[in-house]
Design a protein around this ligand. Structure first.
Ligand code: NAD
Length: 262
């Protein structure tokens, strides 16, 4: 359907860290299928171009842009390029996220800081750049991407990532309060176990076993008995970004097959 017809979306972290469908790439295509033009922003230019290519294959319009979400100058340049091409930005999907396994005594300060910068400080950078534009345009929608690790212990010592993903939720709640009068809605999707190349790789690394066997073990933890697909997360993003969610702000949509029972 065309519920996003005429909208311009910027998806930050639009690519995939390995071959296959990530949440960002599936979101780019889903937003485009619903009528949005998509700025596919990624730190890796090839990943940005790959996402843009998929949008075009789906019949949409895309602009690939290379930028590190933690770099305010690069993000300014990216937003300027998007504006030159499309004139406005209606939707931000803050999707870029990184992590590293480790508890308090084994994560380096350097890794901790980088994870907070990419996962959390990036939200400040993008919001500051885009909210004034959205306000001027009469509104907009920001969708941040957290994780079930941000709301409960998932069984893996992912301290820096989990703390950052909790902050993502609260950033969105606070920004929603701030920007409600400007008709800028801010919400979060909370994906559970999603079948993406990154997860397959992480699971294999953590358990030092065949990724497929490890995934099957994880599937059994999920009440629905399977991992989610990136498309199922993308559908939640598209809903929150659309006018169908016009009275929804400052909240979270959990997409986890019943895992957290939230
Ligand atoms: P991914 O990790 O495979 O790809 C993310 C993309 O973001 C990559 O193309 C990468 O180049 C880009 N990126 C990384 N750092 C960046 C930076 N500093 N600036 C710009 N781009 C950057 O994608 P994924 O596994 O689908 O995860 C997407 C989001 O969903 C992340 O925020 C992740 O934490 C979250 N999430 C994923 C899962 C899952 O099961 N895959 C579960 C919960 C939450």
């Amino acid at each position: 359907d065309g519920r996003l017809a005429g909208k311009i979306a910027l998806v930050a972290g639009a690519g995939s860290s390995a071959a296959g469908w990530s949440i960002g790439k599936a979101s780019c295509v889903t937003l485009a299928r619903q009528g949005a033009s998509v700025v596919t922003l990624d730190a890796d230019l090839a990943a940005a171009e790959d996402a843009a290519h998929e949008v075009e294959l789906a019949g949409g319009s895309a602009l690939p842009v290379r930028a590190d979400v933690a770099d305010a100058h690069a993000m300014q340049a990216a937003v300027d390029a998007a504006r030159r091409r499309y004139g406005r930005i209606d939707i931000l999907q803050a999707n870029a996220g990184i992590g590293k396994v480790g508890g308090p005594e084994d994560i380096s300060l350097e890794d901790w800081n980088r994870i907070q910068q990419v996962n959390v400080t990036s939200l400040l950078i993008a919001t500051r750049l885009l909210a004034p534009m959205m306000r001027e345009q009469g509104g907009g929608a920001i969708v941040t991407v957290s994780s079930v690790a941000g709301i409960r212990y998932t069984g893996y010592p992912h301290l820096a990532y989990s703390v950052s993903k909790a902050a993502v939720i609260h950033f969105a709640r606070m920004a929603a309060q701030q920007y409600a009068p400007d008709r800028i809605r801010v919400n979060t999707v909370i994906p559970g176990l999603i079948d993406t190349p990154r997860v397959a790789r992480n699971v294999a690394r953590m358990f030092d076993e065949d990724a497929r066997a490890a995934s099957a073990a994880r599937d059994r933890q999920v009440p629905m008995g399977r991992m989610g697909t990136p498309w199922e997360v993308a559908n939640a993003v598209a809903f929150l970004a659309s006018d169908e969610a016009s009275y929804i702000t400052g909240t979270e949509l959990v997409v986890d097959g019943g895992l957290t029972g939230k």
